[in-house]
Design a protein around this ligand. Structure first.
Ligand SMILES: Nc1ncnc2c1ncn2[C@@H]1O[C@H](COP(=O)(O)OP(=O)(O)OP(=O)(O)O)[C@@H](O)[C@H]1O
Ligand SMILES: [Mg+2]
Length: 135
């Protein structure tokens, strides 16, 4: 069932990250949709923190993937700069998906490789209101 959550303050996003961290399990894949600045990395930073990551979590826009170790092995990816789905295939994500928790910003170009269990969060911000739709 789809769920729409208003994110009026950063704390609302932090609370949501805490909720998802609390029920996260090995093999979970989070696909984070939304335009620039809608809060995908912000959500990820707090999700990682609640999953026991001590180090600073930064945007993977340029490096494509950052990996962290907390309660799980965590891979944080960003497909923004990829030119096509073949570049997604080259990443060999199957093993990564199985090895822990995967979080993907700008997942659209890799839609066809996302497993059925993917949790989709669609962030939006119209200049006044922020919300996320969980699918
Ligand atoms: N309710 C909120 N939830 C999340 N972020 C918020 C909220 N209110 C303000 N912000 C701010 O909005 C910004 C969101 O930036 P963030 O880097 O997370 O966006 P992004 O979706 O990852 O963008 P990009 O597509 O460039 O990677 C942060 O600076 C954060 O502090
Ligand atoms: Mg980002």
């Amino acid at each position: 069932m789809n769920r729409i959550i208003e994110l009026k303050t950063e704390q609302d996003t932090i609370d949501l990250a805490k909720e998802f961290a609390g029920k996260a399990k090995q093999g979970d894949i989070f696909a984070l949709y939304g335009e620039l600045g809608t809060g995908k990395t912000f959500f990820t930073q707090h999700l990682c923190k609640f999953l026991g990551v001590d180090e600073n979590v930064s945007s993977p826009s340029y490096v494509l993937m950052n990996e962290y170790v907390g309660d799980f092995h965590i891979a944080h990816l960003d497909f923004y700069r990829l030119g096509g789905v073949e570049e997604v295939f080259e990443l060999g994500l199957h093993d990564i998906f199985e090895s822990g928790i995967t979080i993907i910003e700008w997942p659209e170009i890799g839609e066809e490789i996302l497993p059925e269990n993917t949790i989709r969060l669609k962030f939006s911000f119209d200049g006044n209101n922020r919300e996320v739709k969980v699918i």
